[in-house]
Design a protein around this ligand. Sequence first.
Ligand code: GDP
Length: 330
Amino acid sequence: MPKRLSISAYRDGVLSGDRVTLARAITLIESRLDSDQELAEELLAQLMPHTGGSMRVGISGVPGVGKSTFIDALGTYLTEEKKQKLAVLAIDPSSGLSRGSILGDKTRMARLSVNPMAFIRPSASGGTLGGVAARTRESVLLCEAAGYDWVIVETVGVGQSETVVREMVDFFLLLMLAGAGDELQGIKRGIMEICDGLFINKADGENERAAKRAAADYSSALHLFREQESGWIPKVGTVSSIEGKGIDEVCEVLEQYRRQTTSNGFFDQNRTRQETGWLEDMIEEALLRDFSRFRQQDPAWGRILDQLGNSVIPVRTAYRQAMEAIRARK
Ligand code: GDP
C-alpha cells in the first residue's frame, strides 16, 4: 500500500505550488486503487475552483523533430522573460507497451529540469490511450491549481495521440522539419487541419532557407482548408530551438490566439465542448467495459447464444435478454 497524504495535505500542498506535493497528487490520480480513486475524486472536487487558469498547449511532431529542445527553449523564455510558470506533461502512446517512456524525461529538457518555475512530468504509462488521456486531463487541472500559467502537453506524432491531445488543449502546435516528406513525418491532412500553429524547426545554418521555403509552402496549403470554428487562421513560421530564434514569435502567436478566442467567446465554449466530450467518452468506455465483462464472465451470455444458435429465440429477444442481464449486474 503506497503511503498517502491526507486530503488537506494534498490540497494545501498543491495550492501552495509545492512541486513535490503536486507530483504526489498526480501519482494519486494515476493510481487504480479504489481507495486512491476516491481520494483523487475528493481532491479534484476541492481544487475545482482553482483550475482553468492556464493556457493549455499541445505540442506534437515526429521523434527527432526537436520537441524537447523546443519546449526547453519556450519554457526558458516564458519563465525568464515573462516570469510565468510552466508545466510539461506528456502523452506517449507507446508507453503502454514499452513501460519506459522517454517523453517528458527530465534529461531531455536540460534547462527546464533545473528551473524552479517549471514542472516536468513524464507520461503516465500503462493502460489504454483513453486511460492515459483521462489521467493527463486531470493532471492539467492539478497543475492549474498549483498556479502554472502554461501547461504543455507533449506527444509523439503517431497514431491517435494527436487527436486525443487536441481535445485537451486550447492551442495545438505542430513541429515539422523542412525536407522530410509529409508521409515520413506522419503528417496526414487531418493532422494539419487540427493544428492552430505549424512551425518548422531547425531553421538554422544551411537549413534555414529550406525551412523558410517549407513554411511558405505549408502556409499556402493551410489557406486551402476551411476556416476554423474559432475564427483563427493557423499560423505558420520557422524556429531554431537550439539558437532560440523565433521562440518569442511563437509566444506572441500563443498570446494572440488567447486574446482573439477569449474575446470572441470560443476559448470558453471550446473548453465546455471538450469537457462534455470527455464525459461522453468516459461513459462510452465504461459501458463497453460492462459489456465485455458480461461476455467474458456471465453464463447468461452463453445461454442466450445457445438459444439463438438453435433458433429458439429471435435476435431481438436475445438482445432484450442480454440488455436486461447487463443492466441487472452489480
Ligand atoms: P524530439 O525527439 O522531438 O524531442 O527531439 P529532440 O529535442 O530530442 O531533438 C532531436 C535532435 O535534434 C537533437 O540532437 C537536437 O539537438 C536537435 N535539434 C533540436 N532542435 C534543433 C534546432 O533548432 N536546430 C538544430 N540544428 N538541431 C536541433
